[in-house]
Structure formats: structure tokens, C-alpha cells
Design a protein around this ligand. Structure first.
Ligand code: MN3
Length: 199
């Protein structure tokens, strides 16, 4: 995850092929999600900043907090999707090392964390995101945000997120958000989450 991105924004390639997460997430869903939804946010954000030179040196994280709703939403759409795609992997491995220890400390077990992540996703009303983040004391917390809002970066260090917009699962699962959340957790990139932990 890059934390120093500026205008003009370019789309990150998926770190795996479009069909790599099948059957949990179909190639069809990944194509629309990455090439249409995510790239759409990139294009719209660049358009919005084209005639605002004073915002072209503002880093992406800061743009996600702007008062201007269009800029905030499209910057969030870029930021959130980049973390999401890197939060998934075809090569699933259980958390290990420092992350495994912290999960045990804060949630009791990986299964308990997964349950709470899925529950947060089920309880989210409308479109939004579920996050796993480190709080200021270094403990792990589950957070949710609406639409393309990001978490409070001054307080929280984002490690992993889950897209709970319908476009993330409707083609594959229709209304079964529970099945999607379960499928996503089976492809969670815990190594990337661990790499996102603070030192
Ligand atoms: Mn999405």
C-alpha cells in the first residue's frame, strides 16, 4: 500500500490475475470491480483535480478527508479499493508471527476475529467498508465506514479492509452478503495486513 500518492493518479495493477480468486470471487466480478469501478474513481479523481492545481500536491490520504464531496468520494474510492485488492490473495495463509499474537490477544482467536469482521459487514447499513486497524495503543480494532469514507488516519493505522458495496458481490452472490463475507475471509491476505502493522 503506497501512502504517498499524488495527482495524476494511475491505476494499480491487480497483484493477481482476474480469475485468481475463483470460485470465491469470480473473474467477472473482479473485472467489473477493478477495471470499471476502481478505474472509474481514478479517472474521476484526475478530472476533478485537472483544474485545481492547488490540490495536485495533496496526498491521496488527505484528499479522502476533503470537504468537497466529489473529491472526498473519488479519492476514497481510489484509496479504499487499493487496500481492498491488496487485502486479498489467491495464496491464503493463516496469520503468523506478530499479527497472530496480536489477534489472539485482542480477539482470542482468528475464528473470533473472522466472526466479528463478518458480523460488522452484515450490520453495515447501505454501502460501505469494514476495516481491521491498529488503534493508538497498538491494539487491533474493527471499524466500519459508509460509502467511500476512510477511517481516521490520525488515530488508526489501516491493515485490511473489505468492500461491502453490492458491486463487490451481487454478480456472484446476489443478496447473500453473508456468503460473500465468508468467501472473502477465505482469501484474506494476512501477510499484507501484517506488513501494514506499525513498527
Ligand atoms: Mn468497490
Amino acid at each position: 500500500m503506497s501512502f504517498d500518492k499524488y495527482y495524476p493518479f494511475t491505476a494499480e495493477e491487480l497483484p493477481y490475475t482476474l480469475n485468481a480468486l475463483e470460485p470465491n470471487i469470480s473473474e467477472y466480478t473482479m473485472y467489473f470491480h477493478h477495471d470499471k469501478h476502481y478505474m472509474g474513481y481514478i479517472d474521476k479523481l484526475n478530472k476533478l483535480l485537472e483544474n485545481r492545481p492547488f490540490m495536485q500536491n495533496v496526498p491521496l490520504e488527505t484528499l479522502t478527508k476533503m470537504e468537497d464531496e466529489a473529491i472526498r468520494t473519488n479519492a476514497g474510492g481510489v484509496y479504499n479499493h487499493e487496500l481492498y485488492f491488496s487485502s486479498l490473495t489467491p495464496n491464503y495463509r493463516k496469520p503468523s508471527g506478530r499479527l497472530a499474537g496480536q489477534i489472539e490477544k485482542d480477539f482470542g482467536s482468528l475464528e473470533a476475529l473472522e466472526e466479528q469482521l463478518a458480523e460488522a459487514g452484515m450490520n453495515l447499513v447501505g454501502s460501505g467498508w469494514v476495516w481491521l486497524a491498529e488503534n493508538p495503543t497498538g491494539n487491533l480494532e474493527i471499524l466500519t465506514t459508509a460509502n467511500q469514507d476512510t477511517i481516521d488516519f490520525d488515530k488508526y493505522n489501516p491493515m485490511l479492509n473489505i468492500d461491502v458495496w453490492e458491486h463487490a458481490y451481487y454478480l456472484d452472490r446476489q443478496n447473500r452478503r453473508d456468503k460473500y463475507l465468508n468467501a472473502v475471509l477465505q482469501k484474506a491476505n494476512w501477510l499484507n495486513a501484517q506488513n501494514n502493522m506499525s513498527e
